[in-house]
Design a protein around this ligand. Structure first.
Ligand code: ZN
Ligand code: FE
Length: 255
């Protein structure tokens, strides 16, 4: 079952997504930075909300939930590991669990690092993964709670999904991420080409999401800790991949 996915810009740089199963009419929203854009998008399409998929507990991903549910009651799904600090959940999920949006089946992938309870939702038949603040277009979330090794392991799980998978991340940070990526991987021709596309998209106020995993594998420095040119540049020739990742993440924190 292929979901129809709508990208909803929220707040200053967040994204929520509607995921609609045309066969059953079921419609999920992934994260709720604010209620109004979600309600407007549902109304414009005549869709009825059935599910809310929360990725993590940060305010900019959940703060619109109460206002949304007041207008559009729905089943709320989120990580069991963070149930104590997420809004009240109807369904608490963990690694390997499945979530159902109409006939579309999604897999829960635990991706700790940005927060300990961060989850991603992968819908294989739709070729889509909702990653919020774990894997982002040309970037990854800041490691606030987990360890660098945890975040690296989380990104490795996402990197192993089929390369054609579309990556729906939580923020429009891509232009800034690209400037940083260039400092790590300046000779990468795919990165230079992507930078031009990003500039064009942003000049026209178009979202740079979703990207594809294939693009991320080719250009996102946080997925390229194995790359010999990057290792040489960082003077980390033989270091374990998690260590190279950690160095890239630390440089981004200072950038
Ligand atoms: Zn966050
Ligand atoms: Fe966020």
């Amino acid at each position: 079952m292929t979901l129809e996915i709508v990208t909803l810009p929220c707040l200053s740089d967040n994204y929520a997504y509607l995921a609609h199963d045309p066969a059953t009419g079921a419609t999920a929203v992934v994260d709720v930075p604010e209620a109004a854009p979600v309600l407007a998008a549902l109304r414009a399409r005549g869709w009825t909300l059935s599910d809310v998929l929360l990725t993590h507990h940060h305010d900019d991903h959940v703060q619109g939930l109460a206002a949304l549910l007041a207008e559009a009651p729905a089943r709320v799904i989120g990580a069991a590991a963070d149930a104590h600090r997420l809004p009240p959940l109807d369904l608490a999920v963990a690694e390997g669990d499945t979530v159902q949006v109409g006939r579309a089946r999604g897999h829960v992938i635990e991706v700790p690092g940005h927060t300990l309870g961060h989850v991603a939702y992968h819908f294989p038949e739709s070729g889509a993964v909702f990653t919020a603040d774990s894997l982002m277009a040309l970037g990854c979330g800041r490691v606030f709670e987990g360890t660098m090794a945890q975040m690296h392991a989380s990104l490795c799980k996402l990197a192993a999904l089929p390369p054609e998978t579309r990556v729906f991340s939580g923020h429009e940070y891509t232009a800034a991420n690209a400037l940083f990526a260039l400092t790590i991987d300046p000779e990468n021709p795919r990165l230079a080409a992507r930078l031009r596309e990003i500039d064009l998209a942003r000049a026209e106020n178009r979202p740079t999401v979703p990207s594809t995993l294939e693009e991320e594998l080719a250009t996102n420095p946080f997925l390229r800790a194995h790359d010999p040119a990057i290792r040489a540049r960082l003077d980390l020739g033989d270091a374990p991949e998690a260590e190279v990742f950690a160095e890239i993440r630390r440089r981004k924190d200072r950038f």
